[in-house]
Ligand binder design. Structure first.
Ligand code: K1U
Ligand code: ZN
Length: 173
């Protein structure tokens, strides 16, 4: 099922999300719906608060090449356990802030621990776009958006554009 994606500004995008306990069939179904929603958008990641669920769950697939096998990932309770000193800058976008992009500097590599869809603990070191994406998605779980890394002028300009977009969408444009 395709889920509606919340658009900034929305108080649900600013909340600290709750850890999940037991990985239930309902949570696995939510993860599957989030993956379907992410691929359809299209995007390379999606966090549960973006679909109005304040739980610590993210999905992502940063495989770029069209002829490569997809790698859909489901991460419950993801935690960064190590960040590299060296950084990389990527022009980020966000499905909750459509058509707005800005350079964000983050650690170039991160090690993340999480529970997979079977409730098994996993740990992996991510680099390149995967590292950028997993940090962007974990930020969502802490109520943080990529525009929070920008200066106040740029951030408020984007917020005003999104308020206008939401007014237009509400009028059916
Ligand atoms: O969390 C989100 O809003 C999804 C976001 C993830 C992200 C993008 C760029 C850097 C870090 C994190 C997106 O997927 S925006 C759309 C996007 O980047 C994309 C869309 C189609 C093809 C390739 C990329
Ligand atoms: Zn986002």
């Amino acid at each position: 099922m395709i889920l509606p994606i919340l658009i900034h500004p929305d108080p649900r995008l600013k909340k600290l999300c709750d850890p999940v306990g037991q990985i239930t069939d309902d949570l696995r179904r939510l993860a599957d719906d989030m993956l379907q929603t992410m691929y359809e958008a299209p995007g390379i990641g999606l966090a549960a608060p973006q679909v109005g669920v304040t739980k610590r769950l993210i999905v992502m697939d940063c495989v770029k090449a069209a002829d490569a096998a997809p790698r859909p990932m489901v991460l419950f309770n993801p935690e960064i356990t190590w960040s590299s000193e060296d950084t990389s800058t990527y022009e980020e976008g966000c499905l909750s802030i459509p058509d707005q992009y800005a350079d964000v500097q983050r650690p170039a590599s991160v090690t993340v621990r999480w529970l997979d869809r079977e409730g098994q603990a996993q740990e992996e070191t991510f680099t390149d776009l995967w590292a950028t994406c997993v940090q962007h998605e974990i930020d969502h779980l802490n109520g943080k958006l990529f525009i929070d890394y920008l200066g106040p002028m740029k951030r408020s300009m984007i917020t005003r554009k999104m308020e206008k977009l939401k007014r237009e969408r509400a009028r059916g444009h």
